[in-house]
Each structure stands twice: as C-alpha cells, then as structure tokens.
Ligand binder design. Structure first.
Ligand code: 5GP
Ligand code: ZN
Length: 123
C-alpha cells in the first residue's frame, strides 16, 4: 500500500489538481475519475475528497456519500452500456490487495464473456 501522508498521496494530489486525471464527477465529499489502469472501458474510481486511508477511517457521512456516488456512476455506466453488468470492488490494506492508501471504490462495467478475472490482491 502507498502510505503517503494526507495531502501527499496520489489521490490527494489528484483532488488538488496537482496531477492530471479524467475527473467525471465531484461533490462535497467524493471525487470520481477514470482508473489509469482500467481493466475494462469505463472503469472508474470513486474516492473520498478527504484523505481517509481505508474503509476503517471513513466517517458515517463519507460512507454514505461514496455509496451514493457509486450508485450514480453505475447508473451512468448502465446508460452508456445498456446490456452491461457492473462489478464494485473495494480493497483495504496490503492483505486486502489495496495499493493506493486513500479510500476508493472500483466501479467496473462488465460484459458477458469479457474474461476479466477480478482477484484481489491483483495478479
Ligand atoms: P487498489 O488496488 O488500491 O484498489 O487500486 C488502485 C487503483 O488506482 C488501480 O486500479 C490503479 O490503476 C489506480 N491508479 C493508481 N495510480 C493512479 C493515478 O495516478 N491516476 C489514476 N487515475 N488512477 C491511478
Ligand atoms: Zn490521499
């Protein structure tokens, strides 16, 4: 896990516009952007704006907000790919397969026979 301190981790820098990203949605508590190493077209990450390392560090309000945003992104993906399914994934700690130590949910559009193996830690 990348354990850079608050403000210096890759996703904090992305929130601060210090590094470029394809940002698709922002609100008071969450930010959504395209995953740079997407496993399928439309693979997004829904992250907290605040640096929370993982699920254990979320406030109740953030926990609700990230799921509400994930649902909205899922609906947008469904509109883009009407026949698609969708997988949500969320990793915590090295043992859980987390590589970026700033909370995020993967929103992955899926298609019959896409052959993707979503294993965490990732192969
Ligand atoms: P994790 O394994 O922590 O759940 O997933 C971290 C994800 O962040 C990976 O899917 C990886 O492709 C993505 N990622 C890592 N660095 C960057 C970056 O600088 N920009 C974007 N957009 N995604 C990143
Ligand atoms: Zn951060």
């Amino acid at each position: 896990v990348d354990t850079s301190p608050p403000g210096q981790c890759i996703f904090c820098r992305l929130v601060a516009r210090e590094i470029p990203a394809a940002i698709v949605h922002e609100d008071e508590l969450t930010i959504t952007f395209m995953d740079i190493g997407q496993v399928n077209p439309g693979h997004m990450l829904v992250a907290t704006r605040r640096h929370a390392a993982n699920l254990f560090e979320l406030t109740e309000e953030e926990a609700g907000a990230v799921m509400r945003t994930s649902r909205r992104m899922a609906l947008a993906a469904q509109a883009a790919f009407p026949s698609a399914g969708l997988t949500l994934l969320q990793a915590n700690g090295a043992a859980g397969g987390q590589t970026v130590g700033h909370f995020h949910i993967h929103v992955v559009p899926r298609h019959e026979g896409d052959g993707i193996e979503l294993t965490w830690p990732r192969k």
